[in-house]
Design a protein around this ligand. Structure first.
Ligand code: URA
Length: 271
């Protein structure tokens, strides 16, 4: 699919979402929130569901959690416009409660159709709900910062998925902020892995989750090291269709330093 066709498919899904009555969340929503971003991107971020600000504006991640998501993207030199951002459920659960299983099930076809249209290389799951789709029974405290192949029924058969805490979790438990930024460093690394896998024609689904170990922050790096690093960051920027979606982009060699992982307990995400 060329970019215009992807955009057309996304717009059609957005129009359906706008008038959807498949579950009772439509009764209390102000606006539905289909998602937004680049139709040519290689990377999709999937949150849980809209909350107060998103419901008013019809846009994903525009509140405090959204501010943090924007900062996380900036920390790897990406912008919101480089990626596509959406949610498991497209309408706000009243009172910011968790979505019910039947609401998630009713909304699921929209997300899988969005993924089919975008055919991303990498799907980043924010929080427990979409993470659970690829890691049944796992706790976010165990799998954050890991990637694994997406199962084809998700709509993204050629993608890797990468699990992260939900940004809202860090608003309620400050110590998770450092974990989020650390895990975010792994996103461009996972994208490079995902590209390699696509070029190689995909591995069989179902392999064990792979832990990404990221280098410590470059706080004391001299200026020349920082510029080297930004070249690597550029090569891992979500590309437009010509590069990322055809697998023609140069895949940078990665040297990933080994560090210890923070041991965290599970965290229920709040919207
Ligand atoms: N939390 C989410 O999961 N999604 C949003 O869009 C906003 C907050």
């Amino acid at each position: 699919m060329i970019e215009a066709e992807r955009q057309g498919a996304l717009d059609a899904i957005g129009s359906e979402v706008a008038v959807c009555t498949r579950c009772r969340l439509h009764e209390t929503r102000t606006r539905s929130v289909p998602g937004e971003g680049s139709a040519a991107t290689e990377v999709v971020f999937v949150g849980e569901g809209p909350c107060f600000n998103e419901d008013r504006l019809g846009r994903p991640f525009v509140g405090q959690a959204g501010e943090l998501l924007t900062k996380l993207l900036e920390s790897v030199q990406w912008t919101r416009e480089d990626v596509f951002i959406t949610n498991v459920v497209k309408c706000r659960p009243p009172g910011n409660r968790y979505p019910e299983p039947e609401e998630i099930a009713a909304c699921a076809p929209f997300l899988s159709r969005q993924l089919e249209a975008l055919d991303p290389a990498l799907v980043v799951t924010l929080g427990r709900f979409y993470m659970a789709r690829f890691n049944p029974g796992a706790r976010i405290g165990q799998v954050h910062g890991t990637f694994q192949p997406a199962d084809p029924a998700s709509g993204a058969p050629r993608a890797l998925t990468y699990a992260m805490y939900h940004p809202a979790a860090a608003l309620h438990q400050g110590s998770l902020k450092a974990t989020l930024f650390r895990d975010m460093e792994g996103v461009p690394v996972a994208l490079l892995q995902a590209r390699e896998r696509r070029v190689a024609g995909n591995g069989p689904p179902g392999q064990d989750a792979v832990q990404i170990e990221v280098a410590p922050p470059l706080v004391e790096a001299p200026a020349e090291d920082v510029s080297t690093n930004s070249v690597e960051a550029d090569s891992a920027r979500p590309s437009a269709l010509e590069a990322g979606h055809t697998g023609e982009s140069a895949v940078a060699a990665q040297s990933i330093e080994l560090t210890s992982q923070t041991d965290l307990t599970d965290q229920l995400t709040l919207f």
